[in-house]
Design a binder for this molecule. Structure first.
Ligand code: F42
Length: 329
């Protein structure tokens, strides 16, 4: 069973995001994931606002982290979204971004254990019972939420790229959010997720492809919209990723040096191979082809993300009418 979600950055006002999420809901999308960075709008506040303006779409952080927020705070925040949305909350949580933590003076220690224990505490607290927790990282004498008892426990999706984080996601997650667009990346990820599952039932585990996506009726328009996002992905990816995709390092150097000259130079240096490796891009039929390949590699939730297309509203319509409804047939 394949579902479709959509990612939005928390970088625009709540009323605008709520409109886009409600429109996504109308067009058949089942999950909305909102990114979390301390310097953008607060993702839990946004989700709560959006929850009051939508009716069926599931609402998740995509992804929050256990360093800028504590486990007990996260437990309360997700329970609040769950209460307002009447059970539609989903917790996406990952280790967060090292560069940000360095600039904030936050030590990024033991991310694997920190995620494991934070998820454990959050889940236990959703029961409404008083808990104590004596872990390697977290030491909580006594904690209890004063609300939410008896509600469903929101599913937990782990944002993961690295080998250990993917194994942990397989072990403790209800799903994973993997930031990638190419089937080869998912063959690698699904193997590790299953390893982490260690023989337990994997059939209900939701493997989310958090992809850079650009769709338009005309391929050239879709490509033009995708290139700036792909240029940023290329600039920020480690060399091992290019080796895995057989991308010429001279082409990579051209994008990276393009950024020093001016953004337009970086964008024009993006090659077709880079678009193929780092985005789902093209006409609805072309995007559908790539989605089929991803599903073949084990993906169970397709999550189109920035830029969506040259025109976001049009892109959401195309995703609904030309991709989701055809897929369901
Ligand atoms: N980050 C954000 O800050 N905000 C977002 O909105 C966001 C969205 C998002 C969506 C999907 C997604 O996949 C990732 C997303 N991210 C977002 C990024 C995310 O927070 C992580 O930065 C990203 O997933 C990369 O993390 P990672 O899976 O590579 O894990 C890191 C910690 C890593 O280095 N992992 C390695 C691994 O193999 O998994 C090593 C981890 C390890 O084993 N560490 C040891 C330990 O004990 O934890 C310590 C090792 C030592 O030497 O001390």
């Amino acid at each position: 069973m394949v579902s479709f979600g959509i990612e939005f950055l928390a970088n625009e006002p709540a009323h605008k995001l709520a409109e886009l999420v409600a429109f996504s809901e109308e067009n058949g999308l089942e999950y909305a994931w909102i990114t979390d960075h301390y310097n953008n709008r607060d993702s839990f506040s946004l989700l709560t606002y959006i929850a009051a303006r939508t009716t069926s779409i599931k609402l998740g952080t995509g992804v929050t982290n256990p360093y800028t927020r504590t486990a007990v705070q996260l437990a309360s925040a997700i329970a609040t979204v769950n209460e307002v949305s009447q059970g539609r909350a989903v917790l996406g949580i990952g280790p967060g971004d090292k560069v940000t933590f360095d600039s904030l003076g936050i030590a990024w220690e033991k991310p694997v254990d920190t995620i494991r224990e934070t998820v454990d505490v959050i889940r236990q607290m959703q029961t409404g019972k008083k808990i104590s927790y004596n872990g390697k990282i977290l030491n909580i004498k006594s904690a209890k939420l004063n609300f939410g008892k008896g509600a469903n426990i929101p599913p937990v999706y782990i944002g993961a790229q690295g080998q250990n984080m993917l194994k942990l996601a397989g072990e403790i997650g209800d799903g994973a959010l993997v930031n990638a667009s190419h089937p080869d990346d998912f063959k690698f990820a699904v193997k590790l997720l299953k390893e982490g599952r260690n023989g337990r039932d994997f059939s209900k585990f939701d493997v989310g492809a958090y992809t850079s996506f650009s769709v338009a009726e005309n391929r050239d328009d879709a490509v033009k919209a995708a290139k700036p996002v792909v240029a940023f992905i290329v600039a920020g990816s480690p060399d091992s990723v290019f080796e895995r995709h057989g991308i010429d390092m001279n082409d990579v150097a051209a994008v990276r040096s393009g950024f020093k000259k001016g953004f337009a130079d970086a964008v024009s240096a993006v090659t077709d191979e880079m678009l193929d490796a780092f985005s789902i891009c093209g006409t609805p039929a072309e995007c559908m082809g790539r989605i089929e390949e991803l599903v073949g590699a084990g993906v169970t939730q397709i999550i189109p993300g920035s830029p969506l297309g040259p025109d976001r509203v049009r892109a959401i319509k195309l995703i609904g009418k030309e991709i989701i409804s055809r897929w369901r047939k």
